[in-house]
Design a protein around this ligand. Structure first.
Ligand SMILES: [Zn+2]
Length: 91
């Protein structure tokens, strides 16, 4: 389950007029196995490009690590993702 919170939140607006305006949005994820909740801060344009199918997630959101991408895609937290992979290997 993924919800996008605060779309359009501007963490840097008003700080330095000359700096680039980063559009960061917070994504709420809930792990389907342990129900652990995580909030990821991601680039808003990249998130939209990925969710609309314009770009692969690794191209749209290169600043995220593999664990964070997995949380966006499946909601699984790193601990449960590891468990799932180990279960698959045992099959
Ligand atoms: Zn979990």
């Amino acid at each position: 389950m993924i919800q996008i919170q605060n779309p359009g939140w501007h963490p840097h607006s008003g700080c330095q007029p000359t700096s680039p305006l980063f559009m960061i949005t917070q994504v709420f994820t809930k792990c389907p196995k342990c129900y652990g909740e995580t909030i990821l801060s991601v680039d808003r344009d990249g998130l939209i490009a990925w969710r609309e199918g314009h770009q692969h997630i690794q191209d749209a959101l290169p600043e995220l690590d593999d664990d964070q991408r997995e949380m966006l895609i499946t909601g699984l937290c790193p601990k449960c993702w590891k468990t799932v992979m180990e279960e698959k290997e045992e099959e």
